[in-house]
Design a protein around this ligand. Structure first.
Ligand SMILES: Nc1ncnc2c1ncn2[C@@H]1O[C@H](COP(=O)(O)OP(=O)(O)OP(=O)(O)O)[C@@H](O)[C@H]1O
Ligand SMILES: [Mg+2]
Length: 258
């Protein structure tokens, strides 16, 4: 089942700049899709249109077969995690995790019991159980980023959107969190769209990768297939040569230390 579809989606900003051009892309139920490309290629714009934070200029975006172009962001059933995770500094971790749920109104409103249950579950999943009564400033960067992830997960979103969520962390933590994110995905099976400009991150996380350049989709396939069969010169340089260079550097280091 296809869960998210971009059909001929174009985004033209007010100044006339075309950031995304006639994008056709499908994300299957339970899939982990990575949007990959250099800075300015339109990754965030693509994600933000799905999130309802940017208007679609042309074309349609569908979630579960339903056109959402004009649906308010909050009604789309999405969870979002961004690079700057802006936790509420004066609230405890527990309150940060539950805030969105407590603010829900109408049909969305959950009982206090259900909210508490979800917070406890998320905290266990993300190894935050011992920190629930603390304030954000008492946590490390990695722990704070896990709170941001937990805040999205407690909503039990249909689709989880992440825009460079790890770029504020150091290399070691980024590696650790990357594994966490993939493990969580395998456990929960939530359809996920993850934005990064980091080729290795894309290769290690994605079921399929959508590679963008200058607002145009270049290739949409498994990471290994993109590496083995790059669709064009751009993918060959941006993905394959970059990875080959990394491997060569690692080999040289290894040989030097032998
Ligand atoms: N509000 C805006 N008005 C005009 N142009 C914009 C606006 N927002 C983004 N752009 C332009 O659209 C293009 C795509 O931006 P976008 O933020 O989607 O890139 P990105 O791939 O996420 O880059 P990065 O990796 O640096 O985050 C860029 O050239 C950017 O300058
Ligand atoms: Mg971006």
């Amino acid at each position: 089942m296809v869960q998210v579809e971009y059909k001929n989606v174009t985004k033209t900003y007010e100044d006339g700049f075309e950031a995304v051009k006639e994008l056709n892309l499908d994300i299957k139920d339970g899939e982990f899709l990575v949007l990959l490309g250099p800075s300015g290629c339109g990754k965030s714009t693509t994600l933000r249109m799905l999130a309802g934070l940017e208007e679609v200029t042309d074309g349609d975006i569908l979630i579960d077969g339903l056109k959402v172009n004009h649906l308010p962001s909050g009604a789309r059933g999405l969870g979002m995690v961004f690079q700057s995770y802006a936790l509420y500094p004066h609230m405890t971790i527990s309150d940060n995790l539950s805030f969105g749920l407590r603010m829900s109104k109408g049909e969305e409103k959950l009982s206090t019991e259900e909210i508490n249950k979800r917070v406890i579950e998320a905290a266990e999943m993300l190894d935050l159980s011992d920190h629930l009564d603390k304030k954000p400033k008492e946590l490390s960067g990695g722990q704070r980023q896990r709170v941001a992830l937990g805040r999205a997960l407690v909503r039990q979103p249909k689709v989880l959107l992440m825009d460079e969520p790890l770029s504020n962390l150091d290399a070691e933590l980024r590696h650790q969190m990357r594994n966490e994110i993939r493990r969580l995905h395998d456990e929960l099976g939530t359809t996920t769209i993850y934005v990064t400009h980091d080729q290795i991150e894309a290769m290690t996380l994605a079921d399929r990768v959508a590679i963008l350049d200058k607002g145009i989709l270049q290739q949409h396939t498994s990471p290994l297939d993109a590496y083995n069969n790059p669709a064009n010169e751009f993918v060959r340089t941006f993905l394959c040569r970059h990875i080959d260079d990394l491997v060569e550097t690692a080999n040289n280091l290894f040989n030097d230390t032998k």
